[in-house]
Design a protein around this ligand. Structure first.
Ligand code: G3P
Length: 510
């Protein structure tokens, strides 16, 4: 029967910055059988404030599971073959909720939100010589608006409901992974309150060596330990689904979405590197068992830990907050094009010298400057919509080059021989060719670009007690390769001008 043909199945929840999705994979072939996606609204109450409704997120996930399971039945495949579920999620985003009622105490504060800028300044000033990197030896991260610790601090300081719940010991904190796992495993009825090492490493509260909440960090940010989830590995059984649908199915994989993409791209070897192009863009470079601390604006993070007794693998990360968002802005606010999948044809060479730095919420890696402002440099009376579109696509590529330059300084000139890419913008051939031209190494795109969901499924399927997925045997999917076509001189000159534009963006003082 068809059921036999596909063997054990693994589900994967992928909750990203703008939508929830549920995928179902066949473990034997890594084939994606079906999925469903539900969009999630983002709320912008004030400049720099970015929120989502935690209940909407949860309902969207449940809705995706329901419809994907329906799809599966229509394919004549038995949903009972789903042996386990993995979760991957937008990282750093903070949810606080009441453990007795299950109600969120505030909206989710999304990772891009910069309302805590003042608190960040306060904490930086507590360090010697205003050094924002002084906690890096413990957690691998600079003090920034981005990480969960300071978003949580803001909530406790500014939302009386949250403060009260903390004092009355009713408050639970989590990133999206913890919120989903807690709810799916029963919520107020003994839901498990856990996170994994990759998500925890983006909170700025975990010690990168012990993989535990760090007492020095908790004291520094004044965060009570009892509100935090238990930190577990990325691949083990955390609990069992209590919902009617998929009742009793274990949840056995959990990874932040960028780490999941690294796994889904099969970057299990030291030196392998991927970049995911979505609303934002995130580059992860596998550094194996070694933690490398960047002197050039990259983060040190846990790449994955497959099982509680396994060695954690580490990565260097470059996070760029605006990539696809800049294109959405062109589409929605400026009406420059209608459909990302059908962008207007652009000439292979640019006719103008236009540079656009889309610093919509400051600049993250490698600059870490929340005060940076967007600039467009080189406008003239001949500038067309198409020039602005091209400058925006190029900005995505230059930002990638910024990260690769930082990586080369940290790990050696020739550390990157090719770049594996994924994310929804990776489907655009024109952008991928620009990227290869600007970074000067081949860009490799797998045919199956849902690597994030695949990564979480692999983690779930290879957990102790499940073992339907043998990590060593999963083959990377076939890929398209884009080779650089412009000369080194041309690429370097263009990049030099980009850096000049970035300097203008950084130099914004009131
Ligand atoms: O660090 C934030 C990141 O995990 C968000 O990823 O794909 O949801 O934009 P994405």
């Amino acid at each position: 029967s068809l059921q036999k043909r596909f063997g054990p199945l693994v589900g994967s929840i992928d909750e990203s910055s703008n939508c929830a999705r549920f995928f179902i994979f066949a473990a034997e072939t890594a084939e994606m059988l079906t999925y469903h996606q539900t969009d999630i609204k983002t709320i912008y109450p004030k400049e720099g404030w970015i929120e989502q409704n935690p209940i909407e997120i949860l309902n969207a996930v449940r809705n995706c599971i329901e419809i994907a399971v329906e799809n599966l039945k229509e394919l004549d495949i038995d949903p009972a073959d789903i042996q386990t579920i993995g979760i991957t999620n937008q990282r750093e985003t903070v949810i606080v909720w009441d453990k007795f009622t299950g109600e969120p105490l505030y909206n989710a504060v999304v990772w891009m939100d910069i309302r805590n800028t003042e608190i960040v300044q306060h904490f930086i000033s507590k360090s010697k010589r205003n050094n924002l990197e002084f906690l890096k030896p413990i957690c691998g991260l600079p003090i920034s608006t981005y990480f969960s610790a300071l978003k949580l601090r803001w909530l406790i300081d500014n939302i009386p409901e949250v403060k009260k719940a903390v004092i009355e010991k009713r408050c639970l904190f989590g990133n999206i992974d913890s919120w989903l796992i807690w709810n799916l495993t029963g919520g107020i009825n003994n839901g498990v309150h856990v996170t994994d090492v990759t998500n925890a490493s983006c909170t700025m509260l975990m010690n990168l060596s012990s993989l535990k909440w760090d007492p020095v960090l908790l004291r520094f940010f004044d965060i009570p330990l009892e509100i935090l989830p238990n930190i577990r590995s990325s691949s083990e059984i955390y609990g069992y689904v209590l919902d009617k649908l998929l009742h009793g199915v274990p949840i056995s994989g959990c990874l932040g979405d960028q780490q999941a993409a690294l796994v889904g791209q099969m970057c299990f070897k030291k030196g392998q590197i991927k970049n995911t192009y979505g609303t934002s863009c995130f580059l992860l470079y596998n550094t194996g068992k070694t933690k490398i601390y960047s002197d050039h604006g990259l983060l040190t993070t846990v790449a994955y830990q497959f099982g509680p007794k396994s060695q954690p693998m580490y990565a260097l990360e470059g996070s760029v907050s605006v990539a696809g968002t800049a294109l959405s802005w062109l589409k929605n606010n400026l009406n420059i094009f209608e459909d990302f999948n059908n962008l207007p044809r652009l000439p292979p060479k640019s006719s103008t010298d236009l540079y656009f730095v889309p610093a919509f919420c400051g600049l993250n890696a490698p600059y870490w400057c929340p005060e940076a402002r967007s600039v467009m440099f080189g406008l003239n009376e001949n500038t067309q919509k198409s020039d602005i579109l091209r400058a925006t696509l190029e900005a995505i590529c230059y930002q990638t080059r910024d990260l690769l330059e930082a990586l080369a300084k940290d790990c050696g000139e020739s550390c990157v021989r090719k770049l594996l890419i994924d994310g929804n913008m990776a489907c655009n051939d024109y952008l991928m060719q620009l990227l290869a031209d600007i970074i000067g190494v081949p860009v490799v795109r797998p045919i199956m670009t849902e690597t994030t969901a695949l990564g979480a499924a692999i983690a779930a399927g290879s957990a102790e007690g499940i073992k339907v997925w043998d990590v060593d045997k999963v083959q990377p999917s076939p890929s398209d390769v884009f080779h650089p076509l412009i000369s080194k001189n041309e690429r370097d000159l263009k990049y030099y001008k980009w850096k000049m534009a970035v300097n203008k963006s950084l130099d914004w003082e009131i």
